[in-house]
Design a binder for this molecule. Structure first.
Ligand SMILES: [Zn+2]
Length: 246
């Protein structure tokens, strides 16, 4: 069975202090039967360009097994931001952009975030948005505005509201065709609710922390989903949303 982990970090988090290296990611994938990981920098004090370069090298060494995602601070000026997106997507084949309202200290409604959405539209890649911790900037409903203004862009609500704001994430995904949910850290019963309210085709799996990977897999495997539904969450949905090549 193909399993795609859509939320993996390389490097050191400025919040948790947790650091993961290339070998940690590859070992965890082997241990837990993960076929493909989508890897991005942490919210970090390190230079994200360097982390992107490391991720690009991983993707080159493990084609189809590792894909990169760029996490660039929208407070960078437009030209710098755009140059780094271009380097990541065109030169290194990255498949998504990340916006971290807590890590980047910005509301998704701020005009400075338009450069994120515009770049995503230009390059045809989805935007992952951290949600749930770091409110009010991380409230899931704030993405409704961008989703309506940029209908060609897919928006993934990482952590789907992070347990406490899951209902709000459900409402956002229910009323915008281009909003998807990645429910890491959410309780099992809320994932059942997401599947029922939002639809199986809008749910994907992400681990966020290496030690949390088996937990997220276990959650999905024990909430009464059929093999076909699991295949959509673990494989078919991320392939379609991130336009991964077979
Ligand atoms: Zn994360």
């Amino acid at each position: 069975m193909t399993i795609i982990d859509t939320h993996v970090h390389l490097g050191k988090s400025k919040f948790s202090g947790v650091e993961s290296h290339e070998a940690d990611i590859l070992n965890a994938m082997d241990r837990h039967g993960v076929t493909t990981s989508l890897v991005m920098p942490q919210p970090t004090l390190d230079d994200v360009r360097d982390v992107h370069t490391r991720i690009g090298a991983m993707a080159k060494q493990y084609p189809g097994r590792i894909y990169g995602m760029a996490s660039i601070d929208p407070w960078w000026d437009a030209q710098q931001y755009h140059e780094e997106v271009k380097r990541c997507v065109e030169d290194m084949g990255f498949v998504a952009l990340k916006l971290h309202p807590l890590g980047h200290n910005v509301s998704p409604l701020s005009p400075i975030c338009d450069k994120v959405y515009e770049a995503a539209a230009e390059y045809g890649v989805p935007v992952l948005v951290h949600t749930g911790t770091g409110n009010p900037f991380a409230l899931p409903s704030l993405l409704l505005d961008a989703a309506k203004r940029f209908p060609s862009v897919s928006f993934i609500l990482c952590h789907a509201g992070f347990a406490v704001y899951t209902d709000e994430a459900i409402v956002a995904a229910k009323y915008a065709d281009n909003i998807y949910l990645e429910p890491s850290w959410c309780p099992t019963y809320t994932i059942v609710k997401m599947v029922k309210e939002v639809g199986i085709e809008k749910i994907i799996m992400g681990s966020d922390h290496i030690s949390n990977l088996p937990v997220e897999l276990t959650k999905f495997n024990h909430i009464g989903l059929s093999q076909e539904q699991l295949d959509m969450i673990f494989s078919e949905n991320p392939k379609r949303i991130f336009k991964l090549k077979p």
